[in-house]
Each structure stands twice: as C-alpha cells, then as structure tokens.
Design a protein around this ligand. Structure first.
Ligand SMILES: [Zn+2]
Length: 480
C-alpha cells in the first residue's frame, strides 16, 4: 500500500529537479489531474516514448497520428457515450470514492477517512465535451477509437494484407472523478496504444509466437490468481491464454516495460476476472508493476476486442469494414490491443530508481538505467579559466549531434558530479590541463564513480557503447 514518507521524499525530488510539477496551475492553487513535465521530466518522457516507438516499430507496428477531438457520432458508435466511472460518496467526510469494475459488491472503505461506504452507486461520464462549428464533439478519452476510424485507408496502404499493426502515442482526456497519485491518474495524459488487426481464423496461426513462446513471464491467471513464472507455451497449453496471437501480444506488451530496464521481478501480468473485463473483450490481462509509492499499479491492458469496434463503425458509418480471404470468403478483422501510456512508465522509472542516501548527507541519486537517462553526458571544464572552457565547448560541439548533454562550468567539480548523479546522468566528462596537451579527458561513471582517461577522438564511440551497456568502463583499458 501507500508509503507516505517515500511519496513525500519522491515528490520533493520531482519538483526540485524539474521532473514533474503540479497539479497545474500551481500559482492559482492547482486543478487536480493536470501536470507539467519540467525540462528534465520532458527529456525522460521523450526517452520513454522513443523506446516505445523502437519496440513497436521493430515488431512491425506503424505509427500514426489522429485527431484529439471527434464529433458525437464517433463516440456513439464506439460505446463511449456510456463511458462512466462509478462512485460512492462518503457519508461522513463527503469524499468521492471511485469504485472499479468488479469491486461493486465488496465492503469498501473511504480513502480519506476509512468510514465504510454505503448507499447507491452513482455514475459519472468521463468524456470532456466541447463544441466545434455548432456540432457537439468530445475530446478523445483514449487513442484506440480514433486509430480504428481510418481502417479502410490502412487496408489500402498495407496492400490489403491482414494482419496489420499500427500504434499511436498522444494525449487523451478523461474527466476523472478523483484524480490522484501524481501523473498516475491524470485528467489529461499521454497514451501509447498498439492495435493489431487480425483475421479471427489466424489467431492460432501466428508465426511470431514461435519465436517468443519459450519466454518465461510472471503470469497471474484468473483460475489460480497466483503468480506463476511459466513460459507462454505452457500458459497456452494450460489454457490460461486462449490464442497464440494473444500470447504474442502479451510478450510484446511485457517487452515494452522490460526494455526500459524495469526489473522483471517487479512486473507481473494479471488476467482480468470475468466480472472486471470490459463487455467487448474476449480476453484481458493487465501488466502491473510494483512501485515503492503505491504498491502494485496497473500500467497496461492487453485486450482481444474481437470485431466489436469495426462492426460498430460499419453500422454507424454505413461503410464496409470487410476484408477478403484468398478463397473469397469475407471477414471483419478482430483487434488485439496493447493499451498503455507514457506517464506511468515515467513515474515507475522515477519511483524505482530514485535513491536517497541518508548516511552521506544530502546525497541523492537517480539510478535510472543508462539508456533511459534524461541527460546522457555532462561536460565540465575543471576550471573556468586557462582555456579549459574553450576546449570543453569544442567537445560539446562534437558530441551534441549524438547525445543529450549538459555543459556546466560553475561551482566545484565535486558539486557538479553530485548534481549530475542526482539528474541520473550516466557519464561526466572533465576537461583538465592535461586535456590541452594530450587531447584526452576523464570520463566518470555515475554508479561506480570510477574514472578513466579517454582520447577525445574515441569519445563518441566509447560513450555509445557504454550507454548501451555493450561495454563497461573497467573494460576500457585500450582507450587509456
Ligand atoms: Zn470519508
């Protein structure tokens, strides 16, 4: 459950280091559910989003961008006009308590005052309404629906070949009744959703499954509701997972998180119980990550949405969504969806890798995996004189085409190292008097605090390998 001391520490770290601010507008008292990413937070979010792009693209999903606002007809077709949260208001303190699907019949207590919640469940629509050119419209509450709308265009673009995969990273808006937990539950948030359109007959004929079926994952099937570390192949055999295509989607969703460096032991996949599954979903699993702030939190949903969406849009738009097989038979594709966002992964990285060392006074570290660090390299001239800044700026110019870096010439070198480690920067370059004679610099590793000298000509190559963990600093003998 919640660790309030840790949350307090982490929150002040996020604010002081320019990671996450808000709720905004802070200067006017703040409106819950709206946050800003400061300069360092935005760099981290970019890293997360680019990692998502890389993982999806290397698995043949194509990125697109669709509008944020759509007229009412779209949301009637998608079923979102009934997209609501259930809540109970506390009879003692008046707090609004959101009740998740599947929780309705349990005994529940108020999050603010712990009084038992009673009374009739009320519902609250989550969509934000607006008006465009005299027409009622809504801000999208997810990226999925707007990704499905141009299906006929994809079909042509992908030369009428099914399966096809697309994804979208972008903002979505939900009028959450009680937004809380920093950026975990915002009213404006960034989603990342992959959508795979598939012939329902091919769900168990999925070649990519063969490549990943030996992967072991922490699965929590609805039957046992216990964690089992088993291969996807075993899970399919035991019928925890219904189809091979779906099993592959679980693997891909899991890959999105392990590839950021979040430890596998903190990640589990939990199958929805029948009563919590959305009405259109044939199967649904969540990926959950263990955080220090809030315990296990949901970070991703994988859904077999069947032909629900395309059928609905076919009915409302009166445009055919059918595809043809080679034998001439017709079908409406099913959609397998990997639905997540980028705010939660950013928060999880901060929560997991933030370290406050109480023994060494004031020393805080952000031990984010090197390849996800907001800033990759710091460049420091040892002194602000003797032509050292000029030399350091030369190096900056060489490296800035390849790396996100920060140049800093003020304060003691020890203080600059400390600041660099607090920001999670894996490597610091120092330019000293010897650099002028020998054309080399010292390179300092954030975690081991070891330093070696590297020739300026080799820096680019060495840093690339170090940041991607292809080599370790201690193996760098030949560059010294
Ligand atoms: Zn209460």
């Amino acid at each position: 459950m919640e660790d309030s001391n840790f949350i307090k520490d982490l929150t002040s770290f996020l604010q002081e280091k320019g990671l996450i601010w808000g709720p905004e507008p802070e200067i006017y008292g703040g409106l819950a559910g709206f946050h800003s990413y400061g300069p360092l937070g935005k760099l981290l979010k970019n890293k997360v989003e680019n990692n998502i792009r890389r993982v999806f693209q290397s698995n043949n999903l194509w990125e697109l961008e669709a509008p944020l606002i759509m007229p009412e007809i779209v949301w009637k077709a998608s079923g979102h006009m009934n997209f609501a949260d259930s809540f109970l208001q506390c009879s003692k303190c008046g707090s609004i308590n959101k009740i998740d699907r599947g929780q309705e019949n349990k005994r529940l207590k108020c999050v603010s005052c712990n009084t038992e919640l009673t009374g009739k469940l009320k519902s609250h629509n989550l969509m934000m309404k607006t008006e465009v050119g005299g027409v009622t419209a809504y801000l999208r509450p997810e990226t999925a629906t707007v990704t499905y709308l141009p299906f006929r265009r994809y079909h042509t673009f992908f030369r009428k070949k099914i399966p096809l995969g697309v994804f979208q990273i972008g903002k979505a808006f939900r009028n959450e009744i009680s937004p809380r937990q920093s950026v975990i539950r915002g009213r404006e948030f960034t989603q990342a959703e992959g959508q795979i359109f598939i012939d329902p007959k091919e769900k168990n004929n999925w070649s990519q499954y063969e490549e990943v079926k030996k992967t072991k994952l922490n699965l929590m099937p609805k039957k046992s509701q216990k964690e089992e570390k088993i291969t996807l192949e075993e899970a399919v055999k035991k019928e925890h997972i219904k189809t091979k295509a779906y099993a592959w989607c679980l693997w891909l969703a899991h890959k999105q998180f392990v590839s950021t460096g979040i430890p596998e032991s903190s990640i589990r996949l939990r199958q929805h119980l029948d009563e919590e599954r959305a009405f259109y979903a044939e199967d649904a699993w969540d990926i959950e990550i263990k955080t220090r702030s809030f315990g296990w939190i949901e970070v991703c949903g994988v859904h077999d949405r069947t032909d629900y969406d395309l059928k609905q849009h076919q009915q409302y738009s009166k445009q055919s969504m059918e595809c043809s097989r080679e034998d001439g038979s017709k079908f409406i594709p099913h959609i397998l969806e990997i639905a997540f966002g980028t705010d939660r992964p950013v928060f999880v990285l901060l929560d997991t890798f933030y370290e406050k060392k109480l023994k060494e006074e004031g020393k805080t570290m952000f031990k984010v995996p090197y390849h996800m660090a907001p800033i990759e390299v710091s460049i420091f001239p040892l002194l602000k004189k003797d032509k050292l800044p000029e030399k350091a700026l030369e190096i900056k110019e060489i490296l800035e085409k390849e790396f996100v870096l920060e140049y800093d010439e003020s304060g003691s070198i020890g203080r600059r190292y400390l600041r660099s480690a607090e920001q999670g920067t894996p490597y610091a370059i120092t330019v000293d008097h010897e650099s002028l004679k020998k054309d080399d610099v010292t390179l300092r590793d954030r975690d081991t605090e070891k330093q070696i000298r590297v020739k300026i000509n080799d820096l680019k190559e060495v840093l690339k390998k170090l940041i991607n963990k292809e080599i370790e600093l201690k193996d760098l003998g030949k560059y010294i």
